[in-house]
Design a protein around this ligand. Structure first.
Ligand code: SF4
Length: 342
């Protein structure tokens, strides 16, 4: 990411509380996937999934990550956890650069960084009972003695709203909401400090969604957790987050307050404005003008030059196709990457 001369990389922080310590600082993170061709699998290009991304997350807060499918938000979460190795860049977790760490040393840090996946059914082993699903990470990481494990599992089960009787069941015996609670319990048994929530409510219905979201909020307060909440549902992100980060074609276009989707047009990035215009207003008398973006998201293997958004931006001008806009601070805790927002 390019940064302005008067805006150093270390100043780029979505902090909501200037005194809050950053649990995670990402600097110039890049994740490219090679495209291979031919019998020798020659590399003929790269998919620019995450491209030069810099941001901070203060401890105990939630950063919401939004954007259309394929914008790189899930890859960003997975790369931060090194489920996908970064191509380049730095990831500081509690002060240590985990991007450069050996896998042996990273194993110790790994238990403090967990993930809840989008599809609870696909992410649970169908052949394992819940008690074994929850016990396995604790045995692998040797976090406590075997005789203490059962008591701790019961405590975590109660925290996520599951009963003792659920321990001896298999994943297929649960509803979607209960399965997601098992996934949350599995993420919590290692007592993490930071959790990536990758569309955790995308596969459950609306009433269950509200209960899972409230559970996540309650657990955050109880355990002082820091969340990275990835979703394409703007209402859910607004409800859950302290700070919102908008991504497009692997780049950060904006980092701002949770009310970002209700700000005036001159105060937000044109892409955020278009996303916000699709948010329904619960007032039948209020007529909202929806901004329809032309065209499709460009190919991430061949992203457009200049501003990544210029091929679809209603405000694009000549300079937008020639020069990459910097992510500039426009007000406290608000950063926008656009030539025409100050
Ligand atoms: Fe639109 Fe240009 Fe701003 Fe990019 S830099 S968002 S193309 S006005």
């Amino acid at each position: 990411m390019s940064t302005s001369e008067n805006q150093s990389q270390s100043d780029i922080s979505p902090e909501t509380d200037s005194d809050a310590e950053n649990i995670l600082s990402v600097r110039n993170l890049v994740k490219f996937f090679p495209i291979t061709s031919g019998i020798l699998s020659r590399v003929v290009g790269h998919v620019h999934a995450v491209d030069d991304v810099t941001f901070d997350i203060p401890r105990g807060k939630t950063i919401g990550v939004v954007g259309e499918s394929g914008c790189g938000k899930t890859t960003l979460g997975r790369t931060i956890l090194r489920l996908s190795e970064p191509t380049s860049g730095e990831i500081y977790f509690e002060g240590e650069n985990i991007a450069q760490m050996s896998l042996r040393r990273f194993r110790r840090v790994r238990r403090e960084m967990q993930i809840v996946f989008q599809d609870p059914y696909a992410s649970l082993n169908p052949r394992m009972m819940v008690k074994n699903i929850l016990r396995e990470p604790m045995l692998v990481h040797k976090t406590m003695r075997k005789r203490q494990i059962n008591n701790y599992i019961l405590r975590v089960m109660r925290e996520v709203g599951l009963d003792l009787e659920h321990l001896n069941r298999f994943p297929h015996e649960f509803s979607g909401g209960q399965r997601q609670r098992v996934c949350i319990a599995r993420a919590l048994v290692l007592n993490p400090h930071f959790v990536v929530l990758d569309e955790p409510t995308a596969s459950v219905d609306v009433s269950v969604q509200a209960r899972v979201l409230n559970l996540l909020k309650r657990l955050q307060q109880l355990r002082n957790l820091t969340y990275m909440f990835i979703s394409h549902d703007l209402s859910v992100v607004t409800h859950m987050s302290d700070v919102v980060m908008v991504m497009y074609l692997g780049k950060i276009l904006e980092i701002g307050p949770k009310r970002i989707f209700t700000l005036k047009s001159a105060e937000v990035h044109p892409y955020t404005l278009a996303l916000g215009s699709a948010l329904p207003i619960p007032d039948p008398l209020y007529e909202k003008k929806q901004i329809i973006l032309r065209g499709d998201v460009p190919n991430p293997a061949n992203p457009p030059p200049g501003c990544r958004f210029h091929t679809r931006c209603p405000e694009a001008r000549q300079i937008c196709a020639e020069k990459v806009p910097e992510l500039k601070k426009t007000e406290a805790s608000h950063y926008i990457s656009c030539h025409f927002r100050e």
